[in-house]
Design a protein around this ligand. Structure first.
Ligand code: NAD
Ligand code: TYD
Length: 339
């Protein structure tokens, strides 16, 4: 099988490529990535010499380039490429619409033209909007009620994928996963930001009261789910993916501080994110029942593996944190911390 993975130099994409190369050594994997601030080829240093893997630098919005890659006999496209951070979408929504919506459409056009056998759109639980305490978790049938530009761009792409599947018979499947954590996550998201800040004795900026809830999954469990969907997922379906681990941001922060033996005085409550979704929680019965998927990593195991990885890979995140990210952080985050 020849698989085009887009956004493979990012967090989940790089973990997926590593997973799929190990699980299916005969597959050919092409990684198309623009290498934005979030894309980092060091994430794939251990696979770059592998004969079944190839990297192509480019934009998923570039129809000519995408066509060239897909016409090489691609069987399946797994689309991870995206602008993925809610906070950034508050400052630069247009880039989110371009990559997340138009990029998706470009990939699907090529997929149709070259008759691929499967198109997987990696979407997110954030498209369902926010839950209150006591509400039932979201199912695949829940309404789409985006609150952030990031979520709106992902939801728009989902609707377009649905339309391409219904109208043009694109063999598409949509996955909606909860919050991921694990090795190689860019340190702008909650868990890696707080691990690395704590290691540097810097403050941990908690938005608002810190009682916002997210449903967390270890990245490798997500990768196993996508692999199953690639092989057995039913065309036209949406699959929620979740380990059902609901935690408040403060609970997670305290676990990180305890593991690193750092004081709780590092916690700093800062101005809240606008339209901050209070709670995400997902029902993932469909993938469990229909495809036999189960998460294998508990939150306690996963967070230890993750913190240990950031301890061992200080060079990786120090470099990442001193680049374009630092400029962005100084412009936006420091303003928030001081307000
Ligand atoms: P990430 O930001 O770490 O990586 C995104 C990758 O996409 C980067 O390598 C970047 O260079 C690449 N990219 C961005 N724009 C591109 C473009 N125009 N053309 C080609 N490549 C481009 O993101 P992630 O956390 O790995 O998320 C991957 C996917 O999973 C996204 O679609 C995201 O919406 C979805 N998702 C993420 C989570 C999560 O918790 N991180 C949860 C559910 C779904
Ligand atoms: P984040 O990792 O940005 O993911 P998402 O917004 O996609 O869920 O944020 C996870 C939670 O942590 C969310 O409730 C916002 C909160 N948060 C903070 O309190 N401080 C921070 O510095 C960050 C990045 C997030």
């Amino acid at each position: 099988m020849k698989v085009l993975v887009t956004g493979g130099a990012g967090f989940i994409g790089s973990n997926f490529i590593r997973y799929i190369i190990k699980k299916h050594p005969t597959y050919k994997i092409i990684n198309l990535d623009k290498l934005t601030y979030a894309g980092n080829l060091e994430n794939l240093a251990d696979v770059e010499q592998n004969k079944s893997y190839r990297f192509v630098k480019g934009d998923i919005c570039d129809q000519k380039l995408v066509d060239q890659v897909v016409e090489e006999g691609i069987d399946a496209i797994v689309n991870f490429a995206a602008e993925s951070h809610v906070d950034r979408s508050l400052y630069d929504p247009k880039t989110f619409m371009q990559t997340n919506v138009l990029g998706t459409q470009t990939l699907m056009e090529s997929g149709l033209k070259h008759r691929i056998k499967k198109y997987i759109q990696i979407s997110t639980d954030e498209v369902y909007g926010s839950l209150k305490e006591g509400d039932d978790p979201f199912t695949e049938k829940s309404s789409i009620l985006s609150n952030s530009p990031y979520s709106a761009s992902k939801a728009s792409a989902d609707l377009l994928v649905r339309a391409y599947q219904k109208t043009f018979d694109l063999p598409a499947v949509i996955t909606r996963c909860c919050n991921n954590y694990g090795p190689h996550q860019f340190p702008e998201k909650l868990i890696p930001l707080f691990i690395t800040n704590a290691m540097e004795d810097k403050s941990l900026p908690i938005y608002g009261d810190g009682l916002y809830i997210r449903d967390w999954i270890y990245v490798e469990d997500h990768c196993r789910a996508i692999d199953l969907i690639l092989h057995k997922g039913k065309v036209g379906e949406i699959y929620n993916i979740s380990s059902n681990v609901e935690k408040t941001n403060l609970e997670i922060t305290r676990m990180i501080l305890a593991y690193l033996k750092k004081p709780s005085s590092l916690i700093k409550h800062v101005k809240d994110r606008p339209a901050h979704d209070r709670r995400y929680a997902l029902k993932a019965e469909k993938i469990r029942k229909d495809l036999g998927w189960e998460p294998e990593v508990s939150f306690e195991q996963g967070i230890s593996l993750t913190i240990d990885w950031y301890i061992k890979n200080k060079g990786w995140w120090e470099k990442v944190k001193s680049g374009e990210y630092l400029e962005y952080y100084q412009k936006h985050y420091i303003k928030r911390e001081n307000s």
